[in-house]
Structure formats: C-alpha cells, structure tokens
Design a protein around this ligand. Structure first.
Ligand code: FES
Length: 101
C-alpha cells in the first residue's frame, strides 16, 4: 500500500540539483528543475544504469549511458516506446520533500 515518506529538506535539493535517497527498497532520485520537484527510481529503464548523473532539462532526464530520455512527469521513455521509469508523486510540506511510494 502506497504511503507518503519524508525524504529530505528542500535545501538539500537546490534548483537544477538532485539528491539520492534510500526509501524502503528503492534508491529514489529527487530532482529540482527550478520550477518543480520530481522523484524516480535511480535506474534507467534501458539497461538499468544509474540516472543520478543524467542531464535534466525541464521535466526530462537524459541518461548519460546511451542517451535515452525519460519524462519525469509520467515516467514515459521518449526514446523507446514501451519502456517506462517508475516515478513517484512529490509534495513539499513545510520545507520538507515528501514522496508517495
Ligand atoms: S542505460 Fe540508460 S540509456 Fe542505456
């Protein structure tokens, strides 16, 4: 059953930054685009490489391994149809980032 988890303070993920946080069985990657926070698993849906060094452009992250791009709003892979990245809803509450896992 999904539940909200407090993962870090907003100061820990500055604009255009990211932070890797363990949440239960997941390694969750939290991004700050400067306008919005996103959260996803730290595993590219292509071949499973970490996404933590990927480039973020708006709501799209590009994996550094082979360049696959994923839309962080819905997890859809923009490079290869049928692949998807698990993403999590994010909320900011009183200076803390929460995700629903
Ligand atoms: S593992 Fe990410 S693009 Fe290949």
């Amino acid at each position: 059953m999904a539940q909200w988890e407090k993962v870090c303070a907003v100061e820990e993920v500055p604009a255009n930054g990211r932070k890797l946080v363990p949440v239960g069985v997941f390694n969750v990657l939290v991004f700050n685009s400067g306008k919005r926070y996103f959260a996803c698993v730290n595993e590219c849906p292509h071949l499973g490489m970490p996404l933590e060094t990927g480039e973020l452009a708006g709501h799209v992250v590009r994996c550094n391994s082979h360049g696959y791009q994923m839309d962080l709003t819905n997890g859809r892979c923009l490079t290869e149809a049928g692949l998807s990245l698990p993403v999590f809803p994010v909320e900011v509450r009183e200076g803390w980032i929460w995700i629903k896992v």
